[in-house]
Design a binder for this molecule. Structure first.
Ligand code: ARG
Length: 272
């Protein structure tokens, strides 16, 4: 199958203040040392890679005291130029929301929506084809899904996450193309597994090993799929399907429970 890449527009945040000094997911161990310089170097490589692949990358200023702000995917969900800003589950990240709201305003977005219900942006909302796949169970409130459907104007499909290691949808499922995804079935409730199997019968399924190195925390432009380099099984499966996997080392960020996709918020459509 021949595939084509579509240039994308991303928002990222340099991990200047990166550390793990609290724990809000099972990957975060504050006792384990982190290295902000190493985090920045790995992130710089990712940032450069997106540009080499022909994408546009904008930046939001990292704020001291918000070590998880590097995970820009959580800041909002942007569809057709409308930005639905996150409302974080944990107090530790709450102050990121106004920073993102301000960024969109300053950038000329007129429809910047302050969410009523808890939602962690593209961590749990993944637009694919005409719909939005929406995670719940750990972070995003189930009631937020109806709000996202109303604000973003696309049907939302609720998916329930059941394994705390895969607490955001983007840790267990990645969008590959207009109607193609890859995911880790064990991260979902039996009912949601049924939903995914019915909607995406040809999806790429990840092994335990590939899921555990955050192989599903990947960013695709329709052809090139940027993913953690340790996810070798997934890379082989993607190559067999005509994608071009590009492995990258972001293991320092994995200490906070994040990887490639977590660092990348897609800006869809011109500011509306
Ligand atoms: N430490 C962050 C948290 O637990 C990691 C966020 C990862 N982001 C993502 N899109 N999955 O909130």
């Amino acid at each position: 199958m021949s595939r084509t890449a579509r240039p994308r527009h991303y928002l990222m945040c340099r991990p200047t203040h990166f550390t793990v000094d609290y724990s809000i997911n099972p990957w975060m161990e504050p006792a384990k040392p982190t290295d902000a310089a190493r985090a920045v170097a790995q992130w710089e490589r990712l940032h450069a890679l997106f540009r080499e692949l022909g994408h546009t990358v904008e930046l939001i200023e990292p704020l001291p005291g918000l070590p998880d702000m590097v995970f820009a995917a959580n800041g909002a969900t942007v569809v057709d130029g409308t930005a639905l800003v996150a409302r974080f589950r944990h107090r530790e990240r709450a102050d990121e929301a106004p920073a993102y709201r301000e960024w969109f305003r300053a950038r000329g977005y007129r429809t910047v929506v302050r969410a009523e219900f808890t939602n962690e942006g593209e961590g749990d909302y993944l637009p694919v084809g005409g719909r939005i796949l929406a995670g719940t169970g750990f972070r995003t409130d189930r009631r937020a899904h109806a709000e996202a459907q109303r604000v973003l104007g696309r049907p939302v499909v609720t998916l329930e996450l059941v394994d705390p290691r895969y607490y955001h949808l983007d840790t267990a499922l990645a969008v590959l193309g207009d109607d193609e995804i890859m995911y880790y079935p064990a991260a979902f409730s039996p009912e949601s597994r049924g939903t995914l199997a019915a909607l995406y019968p040809d999806a790429v399924l990840a092994s335990d090993e590939d899921a555990a190195v955050f192989g599903l925390n990947a960013v695709s432009d329709g052809l090139r799929v940027v993913l953690p380099e340790a996810a070798v099984g997934l890379a082989a499966q993607l190559r067999a399907r005509g994608f071009e996997p590009v492995g990258i080392d972001v293991t320092e960020l994995l200490k906070a429970g994040g990887s490639v996709k977590c660092c990348t918020l897609e800006l869809r459509g011109a500011p509306a």
